[in-house]
Design a protein. Structure first.
Length: 209
């Protein structure tokens, strides 16, 4: 039996009465997409990388990111559905997910543009290949990804301050990235105004509504 996709859990143990327990993140944004070979955003370290852009409007103590492929019959409430996903949601294709969380030098919403994103400095905060906390992929392997990153408030480059971030994804092994995917970005505090989109224009449309 395949593991079901449960709540994304915070990394730190929280004290509830006499016990310390793991609790779900309180703010989760879900994105359903489809990655096709030849549509990569960048070739980096010999891998074809795709990006999902994320606007974080306020300081966060921690962020969690996870990705699974394929989406299959998984039902996600209030998910952002890319047109590419709607056009290919019945696809059986999937890929071995490998994800990164990156922070840009862009800290204000008005500074965001396609050109600015290309010229920005990007710092990799965390990465993950395989997670035993995630459901199996289409081949029955534990190859889906999950990462949690705690803010380093003393280091401006590593602090989770307001700004433009991106989730990079590719496949760890050689091969093409091809298939449906679910990506989720979450925080243990409410962050009104978070935006998640595959392109900068789509992100701007979301956060400027």
């Amino acid at each position: 039996m395949h593991k079901k996709l449960g709540n994304l859990i915070v990394q730190l143990q929280k004290k509830v009465g006499p016990k310390e327990v793991a609790v779900p993140y309180t703010d989760v944004v879900s994105y359903l997409g489809y990655a096709a070979q030849g549509n990569e955003d960048e070739v980096k370290e010999g891998k074809k990388f795709y990006y999902i852009y994320v606007w974080i409007p306020a300081v966060a103590p921690e962020l969690g990111v996870r990705m699974m492929s394929p989406v299959g019959s998984t039902k996600i409430k209030n998910a952002i559905e890319a047109q590419s996903y709607l056009d290919n949601k019945d696809s059986k294709d999937y890929f071995d997910t490998y994800i990164t969380l990156e922070k840009s030098s862009i800290v204000k919403k008005e500074e965001i543009s396609e050109d600015a994103a290309l010229k920005a400095e990007w710092t990799t905060l965390a990465k993950n290949d395989d997670s035993s906390e995630m459901p199996e992929n289409g081949g029955g392997k534990m190859y889906n990804s999950l990462l949690r990153y705690e803010s380093e408030a003393s280091n401006p480059l590593k602090a989770l301050s307001a700004g433009l971030y991106r989730v990079g994804f590719t496949t760890y092994k050689k091969g093409e990235v091809n298939g449906t995917f679910l990506a989720e970005v979450a925080a243990p505090v409410k962050l009104p105004g978070v935006g998640v989109a595959k392109t900068i224009p789509a992100l701007l449309e979301q956060i400027n509504k």
